[in-house]
Design a binder for this molecule. Sequence first.
Ligand SMILES: *[C@@H]1O[C@H](CO)[C@@H](O)[C@H](O)[C@H]1NC(C)=O
Ligand SMILES: [Zn+2]
Length: 310
Amino acid sequence: MPSHLVLSLLLTALLAVVQCGPGNDHAWGYDKNNGPDTWQGKCQNHLKQSPIDIRAPDVDYALLHRMHFLNYDMDGKIELSNTGRTLFAGGFESWQHKQPMIQGGGLKHRYKLVQFHLHWGQNDAVGSEHALGSLHYPAELHLVHVREGLTLKEALTRPDGLAVVGVFLARTSDPVANNFSPISEKLHELRHSGNTTELKNFRTKYVLPLDTEAFYRYEGSLTTPDCSEAVVWTVLAEPMAISSHQLHLLRQLHNKELVKSDKNYRPLQPLNGRRIQYRPSKFDRVSICSSSAAFSILVTSFTLLISLIY
Ligand SMILES: *[C@@H]1O[C@H](CO)[C@@H](O)[C@H](O)[C@H]1NC(C)=O
Ligand SMILES: [Zn+2]
């Protein structure tokens, strides 16, 4: 073989390697060589990235309406898959008039559920993407909604194109207290990257905690490449229960041939001056209402006092 041909073959191979390097959709992952540190573009140089640490000094109380989860009690068929990066559930678009949606909760639009997926780690101290006061839950579920009237591609170009609801998963010792069973019963069929299966009669409320009243809200990004800053985040304060066995099954999922997925969460990102809103639950609100009631009584009596003086 002529040497210049060998050289050009080598160059082509090199180019192919470079093009398939980190940042390319086919190559990113969570390993040392393709993990979050190597993700390119917006993931490196944008300022409104997710996930974040939700710390008290950065949180403001907000009198937002409660969030409405429409059609979350409807049942339908979903497709579950092990994508090699996450456990993915899709197929909601074909539910048509039953497609789950969210509105309210301070959202300016209505958003349709297109998929949900999970993030986890190999021990209980890590796994969730968001953190509360620097503490992580063992896993976090993301319900991804697209703004009504937009395609996913269009939504990715708008700061409020997507609304993602984050649900923390907390380990419980009570095996009947959780709704995660329909999914976990399928996990043995999803052991390997590329495995897919169907789940019939699924209700999306299975993956919500009982209390969805209290939540954190902030503007952020996708937590995977290309890290588009198109997400209105709603992180529910109440976690959902997952049993030790279910958590174990999740941790057994493989991301490649015979390799257990070690982790699939992105590290915390700087807030860069963003504020986080907290919408308290009913009970919290009583105290806010009573303190504002106390304030208005104070104002009223002050006004009365002034009018008495004059
Ligand atoms: C899962 O994927 C593995 C590897 O590709 C394959 O051998 C196995 O049959 C698949 N299992 C199911 C339930 O599809
Ligand atoms: Zn996610």
